[in-house]
Ligand binder design. Structure first.
Ligand code: 6PG
Length: 261
């Protein structure tokens, strides 16, 4: 495992040969973070990602061998972003996670906190979701709630959660923890965590696989500060937490990073 440290916090880059091996690494890490948090505090707050990359991870986490060892009943599940569709829509991140994971593990329904990204008043819904986060997720004496684990993916354009390039207002948000906005490139609205909330986390996992992401991975991990500055995922720099970039060889190939032998 190649470890690269940054001026604040630490970033670990893990490259596995295949998407399955990268998913397995992420599952074991996810499990260890949850178990450690529950052992220390009796609880764990996680935020899950949408998209297709984590499907395999959710199915893996739902399997009995992990389920029996994960204290799911002490876990609060949030969502890092959501689409403007009903919760039973196949496009909904909640729907994806529910089918792949939540239907198979004993998380109490009251500990699954769904983003209402199809509300008529999206701004009010974002304020309400932020209130719930502030109620459930502890701040450790600081001003921002600190998730024990935030799982993120990355698009080929370097977006993460629903923080998209060129949406400077959302990317530069420093006060709100959750915002909702229209995303021109999608022609749809999204609700999303902001960078201050993401960067307050104790652990952030960014799971990226596939050759289509190789260009963005090379840009965000490369030395070209200008290139990475335009990519939202480059803004993920936990101020006092650990960042794990978990890649497969295809996604890492343009960054000159080789899979572990
Ligand atoms: C979403 C995700 C988004 C996703 C990336 C990568 O709601 O779609 O939160 O940020 O992680 O778009 O998506 P894939 O995993 O499908 O490539």
């Amino acid at each position: 495992m190649e470890t690269m440290s940054r001026e604040t916090g630490s970033r670990k880059i893990i490259v596995e040969q295949t998407d399955g091996e990268a998913t397995e690494f992420a599952a074991v890490l996810f499990q260890s973070i949850v178990c450690e948090s529950v052992a220390q505090k009796g609880a764990c707050c996680v935020a899950l990602s949408g998209g297709t990359t984590p499907h395999m991870l959710y199915h893996r986490l739902a399997r009995s061998v992990v389920q029996d060892e994960v204290p799911w009943s002490s876990v609060d599940v949030f969502f890092g972003d959501e689409r403007d569709v009903p919760q039973d829509d196949v496009e909904s991140n909640y729907h994806t996670v529910q089918r792949a994971l939540l239907d198979h593990v004993p998380i109490p329904p009251g500990r699954v906190h769904v983003m209402c990204a199809d509300a008529d008043d999206l701004d009010a819904a974002a304020v309400e979701y932020e209130r719930t986060i502030r109620e459930v997720v502890k701040t450790d004496g600081g001003k921002t709630p600190r998730f024990d684990l935030i799982l993120l993916g990355m698009g080929a354009d370097g977006h993460t959660a629903s923080l998209f390039p060129a949406l400077r207002k959302t990317l530069d948000e420093q006060k709100k923890l959750v915002t909702a906005h229209f995303v021109p490139v999608l022609g749809r609205s999204r609700m999303t965590f902001t960078l201050p909330l993401i960067n307050a986390a104790r652990n952030v996992i960014i799971l990226v696989t596939g050759a289509d992401k190789a260009g963005a991975v090379a840009a965000v991990l490369g030395e070209d500060k200008d290139a990475s500055a335009t990519l939202p995922v480059a803004g993920v720099r936990p101020s006092d937490g650990r960042l794990f970039f978990i890649l497969d060889a295809s996604a890492a190939r343009e960054a000159g990073l080789k899979a572990k032998e």
